[in-house]
Design a protein around this ligand. Structure first.
Ligand SMILES: [Zn+2]
Length: 253
């Protein structure tokens, strides 16, 4: 998703946002139309979440509307949208066989849902480890004397098996040393907490979906004009909780 112009009000005129989505998806082959893989569909929904964030921007200042929010809040709308790809009722509306029009068979959907939790425990501690290591490097003011000890200490809480001798993660951790995620790597997992918890409200209040959607729209429209936690609590009625994410990951008993 690319934003060419964010929503804003200038000299009494409202500028509407200009946004595009360009994907590098599976192309059509011969007479067959382009058939997207499930991951491509997830990407499409993900990017559409970013696009919605920009399109619904209703702020006064371009620097505070749409996706111009704090770094650890920007993936909430996009990851939130991915949840719809696993919901039978929503899939039934569009996930159809391109020749027969048949809906996605239930057993296939169950396999997709099951694949969501495959090796999730390992993936979770791996992500937490990256976040802890990032913070270990960035929450100190004194020089680091022993980089290996710092890494060992930071990763100890999530160690699944003893680290192999001579195997260091930090020199290859390009996200924090070359990728702009310094002291912000945690935001990947944090955004998952937010998106799972926010989506849970749509499940809990399915009968009240129009109101929940209106509240979520209000959260998106506010962009970065208010503190994310204030916006989130207005939507959810409370602070975010990790239970919905743990349940989705198959890690909640
Ligand atoms: Zn994204």
């Amino acid at each position: 998703m690319t934003s060419y112009r964010a929503a804003r009000v200038k000299e009494g005129w409202r500028d509407y946002p200009v946004i595009s989505m360009v994907g590098n998806f599976s192309p059509p082959v011969g007479d067959q139309p382009a058939l997207l893989t499930f991951n491509e569909v997830l990407t499409l929904f993900h990017e559409f979440g970013h696009a919605l964030h920009g399109l619904l921007g209703a702020g006064r200042y371009a620097s505070l509307t749409g996706t111009s929010v704090r770094w650890d809040f920007v993936e909430l709308p996009s990851q939130f949208m991915e949840n719809w790809c696993y919901q039978p009722s929503e899939l039934a509306q569009w996930a159809r066989h391109h020749q027969t029009g048949e809906a996605l068979p239930e057993d296939l959907l169950h396999r997709i849902q099951a694949s969501q939790t495959f090796l999730e425990g390992l993936a979770t501690v791996r992500q937490l480890g990256f976040g802890l290591l990032d913070m270990a490097w960035h929450d100190r003011s004194e020089a680091v004397e022993d980089a290996a000890a710092l890494e060992r200490e930071a990763l100890a809480p999530v160690e699944v098996w003893p680290a192999a001798e001579g195997n260091w993660m930090s020199p290859a951790f390009s996200h924090i040393f070359a990728g702009g995620y310094s002291a912000g790597y945690y935001s990947y997992k944090w955004a998952e907490v937010l998106d799972a918890d926010a989506f849970e409200r749509f499940r809990e209040e399915a009968q009240n979906e129009a109101q929940v959607a209106a509240d979520f729209k209000a959260l998106l429209s506010a962009g970065g004009s208010e503190d994310p936690m204030v916006l989130y609590q207005r939507f959810r009625g409370r602070v975010p909780r990790p239970e919905a994410l743990l349940k989705r990951a198959g890690l909640h008993g």
